[in-house]
Design a protein around this ligand. Structure first.
Ligand code: NAD
Length: 302
């Protein structure tokens, strides 16, 4: 046995991540508000505790994987009031301010803390191939790294408290903007009578090259594994992209950074989500830009 870990938040991401810790040889005790998540966790060899505090008691480290900043601050506040010094790792995607607030709850308490959001989605969580972007002290990182390595394949120390969340939202702001740009280029190509394949062959080997084009191409054909070939089933849901773009905008406002393209991308995905497309892959935005979703918008009075 490698050690004992408390795992709070056993949803779509948390459950397979905690499962990988069990497979690696840790003794994992979990807690989730949803009885169905607890039952699924028990089936994977995770013991279930009646509260977050009980799941975290007498463990070597605690991991939280929760929906948003307010959930993380609430759980970490409870843990700070009830636990002795331990290592706390939050892997949720949350706003930088809440992440720093969570770290501060354990300052002067002897606990070591990391923000360690992930990219790689549910597929990466299941396969143990997530990328972790980590913020916190060198000492906390050194202690947390072996645990994160059981759930991911790239572990990047980005800096002090909050730096992991900062890296995550900056990266996803690039992604939201670049996908919108690639979608626009394909829509323009269609109007100009240029085939999808021709645009792909040129742009994928020219200065327009980017991940949104070469890995996640938003039209069917050129990249067979992209969600466009599978009815735009996610992949990475548009609602999650919207969440990350909103976090980027909050951070830009709070820090005084000028991010007009990030703001535009947040608006686009916000409208797309309002039209009922939040559960589709984020590359499905191309339908909105073709005007299909805009027509729907008129019908819905948006
Ligand atoms: P999810 O909604 O499936 O899981 C969240 C779990 O937290 C739920 O089971 C919920 O019951 C539980 N929960 C909420 N409040 C709680 C509390 N106070 N105590 C205990 N449990 C509580 O969400 P998810 O898809 O697993 O995502 C988790 C985090 O990871 C989010 O911040 C998300 O943005 C981020 N993320 C998700 C993906 C993805 O592809 N799903 C990818 C990268 C990052």
């Amino acid at each position: 046995m490698l050690g004992r870990i408390g795992f709070i938040g056993l949803g779509n991401m948390g459950l397979p991540m905690a499962g990988n810790l069990v497979t690696a040889g840790y003794q994992v005790t979990g807690f989730d508000l949803a009885p169905a998540s607890c039952a699924a966790a028990q089936a994977k060899g995770i013991a279930i505790a009646p509260t977050a505090t009980e799941a975290a008691r007498e463990t070597d480290a605690v991991v939280t994987m929760l929906p948003a900043g307010r959930h993380v601050v609430a759980v970490w506040t409870e843990l700070a009031a009830n636990l002795g010094p331990t290592l706390l790792i939050d892997s949720s995607t949350i706003d930088v301010d809440s992440a720093r607030k969570a770290h501060a709850l354990f300052a002067g308490h002897g606990g070591l803390t990391l923000d360690a959001p992930v990219s790689g989605g549910t597929g990466g969580a299941a396969a143990g191939t997530l990328t972790f972007m980590v913020g916190g002290s060198q000492q906390a990182f050194a202690l947390g790294r072996p645990i994160l390595e059981k759930m991911g394949k790239r572990i990047v120390h980005c800096g002090e408290a909050g730096a992991g969340q900062a890296a995550k939202i900056c990266n996803n702001m690039i992604l939201g903007i670049s996908m919108a740009g690639v979608c626009e280029a394909f829509v323009l190509a269609e109007r100009l009578g240029l085939s999808h394949q021709a645009l792909f062959d040129v742009a994928s080997t020219s200065s327009g090259q980017c991940w949104s084009l070469t890995t996640y191409c938003p039209v069917p054909g050129p990249v067979p594994a992209s969600p466009a070939n599978n009815g735009y089933k996610p992949g990475f849901a548009a609602a999650l992209m919207l969440k990350d773009l909103k976090l980027a905008q909050e951070a830009a406002l709070a820090s005084g950074a000028s991010t007009p393209l990030g703001a535009e991308a947040a608006q686009l995905y916000g409208l797309f989500d309002k039209l009922g497309h939040g559960g589709e892959d984020f590359s499905a935005l191309i339908g909105f830009l073709r005007g299909q979703a805009a027509d729907e918008g008129h019908r819905h009075g948006l």
